[in-house]
Design a protein around this ligand. Structure first.
Ligand SMILES: [Zn+2]
Length: 94
């Protein structure tokens, strides 16, 4: 039988094994009893490319615990490519 994931608003995600005929949109949380909504996910993650699986895991993790940044992302001088071609000096500057 497949495993279905739900998310309790208080306790977080939990998994339940149900037959496809018994699956519902919400199930009571095994810890607190509140209704947890079903989480829709991609099946058969084992055969997936590791990079894609990592990206999906990061996306799921950031939904609950987004990364905290200490500065506004922007252009850094290091990221700007430097060219030594003299023809590039004639290009218009922003
Ligand atoms: Zn709960």
């Amino acid at each position: 039988m497949p495993t279905y994931s739900y998310r309790c608003p208080v306790c977080g995600p939990f998994d339940l094994v149900r037959s496809m005929a018994e699956v519902t949109a919400a199930e009571p949380c095994p810890d607190c009893g509140r209704d947890g909504g079903r989480i829709w996910g991609a099946p058969a993650l084992r055969g997936m490319d590791s990079g894609l699986r990592r990206a999906l895991d990061d996306g799921e993790r950031s939904a609950d615990r987004p990364d905290v940044v200490s500065a506004v992302p922007g252009r850094s001088r290091r990221a700007t490519p430097v060219t030594r071609d003299p023809r590039h000096a004639m290009l218009p500057r922003p």
